[in-house]
Ligand binder design. Structure first.
Ligand SMILES: Nc1ncnc2c1ncn2[C@@H]1O[C@H](COP(=O)(O)OP(=O)(O)OP(=O)(O)O)[C@@H](O)[C@H]1O
Length: 258
């Protein structure tokens, strides 16, 4: 008997009681979050809030001290093959293998995922074309800019046709045209009934593309739900500042006044 549930009714992603300490620092302090299937969920929070740590535990890349995470009903630690087959992850674009070209990287990952060689070739060509990386596909990842690494990592997350995407700052360091392309790709993914969880510091992006949002600070969830409810009549920027207790006066430097 396993914990595997009927995935047709399961949430896209469900985390329960996730907790992680690094030495004296509590990075994530008992987070519960249910991401409805088919939703586009934004995760926002100040620097050091625990977003990356939460996402890393949610996808089975970092073992929590306590708590569980399920992808479409499959526990990421007890049912890793079932969970990860349906999951596409962009977490740390800087930890990609550097001595492969973009094309070699996608081919390697596609074959590792069990895709047919011809399918890998076709998808690789299409992904590189759409992301304006066709020429870069033949260069080493070591020579990529930060934004190019982000784009090849996104291509790697999409290659095997996942049903749930977990993306840490997918728009960070990406040029405006590529950002628009990524938004369009993610929109198509949602229209095809996929589920997305992404972290971002850009409230305008989250407000425009997500339908749900969770606000995290100090390792705790301050609010979560449909964006309209979390905003409570304010802009997301204003709601965020209210929730995390930001006050502009604190950002004034005393010696500028003199
Ligand atoms: N490997 C680690 N070792 C020690 N402390 C860590 C480690 N990873 C994260 N932390 C700490 O855990 C806390 C949460 O970090 P995390 O990277 O999850 O935050 P974040 O919300 O993603 O931040 P940012 O928006 O700046 O990327 C921070 O205090 C951070 O210093």
């Amino acid at each position: 008997m396993t914990g595997y549930q009927d995935s047709s009714t399961a949430a896209g992603l469900r985390i329960r009681g996730l907790h992680k300490r690094f030495g004296d620092t509590t990075a994530v302090d008992g987070i519960d979050l249910t991401v409805p299937r088919g939703s586009f969920y934004g995760l926002v929070g100040p620097n050091g809030a625990g977003k990356t740590t939460t996402l890393a535990m949610a996808v089975g890349l970092l073992r929590p001290d306590r708590g569980t995470a399920e992808v479409l009903g499959a526990d990421v630690w007890r049912e890793p093959v079932a969970a990860k087959a349906r999951l596409g992850v962009l977490l740390d674009a800087d930890s990609l293998p550097l001595r492969l070209t973009g094309c070699e990287l996608l081919t390697y990952l596609g074959l590792l995922r069990g895709l047919d060689g011809e399918v890998v070739r076709e998808r690789c060509t299409e992904l590189l074309d759409v992301l304006d990386m066709t020429d870069a596909g033949h260069r080493l990842v070591a020579d990529y800019s930060t934004g190019m690494r982000k784009k090849i990592a996104l291509a790697a997350a999409l290659l095997h046709g996942p049903e749930v995407l977990v993306l840490d700052e997918p728009f960070e360091a990406v040029d405006p045209v590529s950002a628009a392309t990524i938004r369009s790709i993610l929109g198509g993914f949602i229209r095809s009934c996929g589920t997305i969880v992404l972290s971002s510091h850009v409230m305008a992006i989250v407000e425009q593309i997500c339908d749900h949002v969770a606000v995290l600070a100090g390792g705790e969830l301050l609010a979560a739900g449909p964006i309209y409810d979390v905003r409570g009549g304010q802009s997301l920027d204003e709601a965020f500042a209210r929730l995390v207790g930001y006050s502009p006066e604190r950002a004034e430097l005393s010696w500028f006044a003199s």
